[in-house]
Ligand binder design. Structure first.
Ligand code: FMN
Length: 301
């Protein structure tokens, strides 16, 4: 028997496979397809203080081996998430969930964490994943994740609001991601997750206009895997806190490769949109793939 368990910031999860924020809704939608308790955990949709409709359409474009998205953090707002979404999730998911928090100011990040942490649903939350890397919104999002001082300010603000582990989700759209990761660690972050999407764009040859209404979007999917792997490797060497690797992961082999690069756990994003069973299949394939490569325990990759 191989051991797929890993310790993520003091919480043991059955396996390191975590559907990534924005590609798995609030989880219960996928529970109609399979028992989502087979997952290590999952990160729910980026949640902001107020409800957001997101960007104008078209906001998705296909690319070779990947996709561009400019969804722009569509979500019902934190109070609705507490009142409507999490009670629905509670009925079908019996493990700690990762709460993905987004914001447009340091105060907003802190307020969203505060409301979740003091809510009746707080016991469901295992970790906060603080998204300081969304490339598709203006006046916030990625700007916090491209400046070490601003990233540190966000950590400091949310640190006050919770005793649960704080995982800072970083952007690949920087020259040196390790500088940002170290700033977050110094300020008290418990973990780092990366990568969010890489900024990109495409044109429609007929209209001669950008395909996305937002003009630019974030590239994800298998095309970004080598870039993500490189950044996970550099970050895992630079910090002493756990790193969650993501970007283009679509198989159990990819999960092992991410862990060899230094990841403690692995998120799966765009693959869930291609095949809603992708994360379940990766969990299913993991033990045999470990055996194939002579790996007995994922805590010792
Ligand atoms: C449609 C879509 C929506 C996303 N929304 C969020 C979000 O709300 N919060 C967040 O932190 N990341 C969001 N992401 C980024 C993913 O969680 C992930 O970091 C990125 O897509 C790279 O992984 P992948 O190549 O496996 O998709 C989104 C990605 C996609 C494709």
């Amino acid at each position: 028997m191989v051991d797929t368990k890993v310790d993520l910031c003091g919480i043991t999860i059955d396996n390191p496979v975590i559907p990534a924020s924005g590609t798995f809704g609030y989880g219960y939608e996928f529970a109609e397809l399979y028992d989502i308790n087979c997952l290590g955990t999952f990160s729910f949709k980026g949640t902001t203080l107020d409800p957001r409709f997101g960007n104008e359409t078209p906001r998705i474009a296909e690319c070779p081996s990947g996709m561009l998205n400019a969804v722009g953090l569509q979500n019902p707002g934190v109070d609705d998430v507490i009142r409507e979404e999490l009670p629905k999730l509670e009925r079908v998911f019996h493990k700690p969930v990762m709460a993905n928090v987004s914001g447009f100011s340091t105060d907003e990040y802190a307020e969203v964490v505060k409301r979740l942490d003091r809510s009746a649903m707080s016991d469901m939350i295992g970790w906060y994943e603080i998204n300081i890397s969304c490339p598709n919104v203006h006046g916030g999002g990625m700007s916090f994740g491209t400046d070490p001082k601003m990233a540190a300010e966000v950590v400091k603000a949310v640190r006050w609001m919770t005793e649960k582990p704080i995982i800072m989700k970083l952007s690949p759209n920087v020259t040196d991601v390790t500088e940002i990761a170290r700033a977050c660690e110094t300020e008290g972050a418990d973990g780092i997750s990366l990568i969010n999407t890489l900024m990109g764009m495409r044109f429609n040859l007929r209209t001669k206009k950008p395909l996305l209404a937002n003009v630019t979007g974030g590239l994800s999917g298998p095309a970004v895997f080598p870039v993500a792997l490189r950044m996970v490797y550099q970050t895992a060497k630079a910090v002493n806190i756990p790193v969650i690797g993501m970007g283009g992961v679509s198989s159990a082999e990819d999960v092992l490769e991410m862990m060899m690069a230094g990841a403690t756990a692995v998120e799966v994003g765009a693959a869930n949109l291609v095949d809603p069973y992708a994360s379940r299949n990766i969990v299913r394939d993991l033990p045999d793939t470990m055996k194939k490569f002579g790996i007995d325990s994922l805590s010792k990759v």
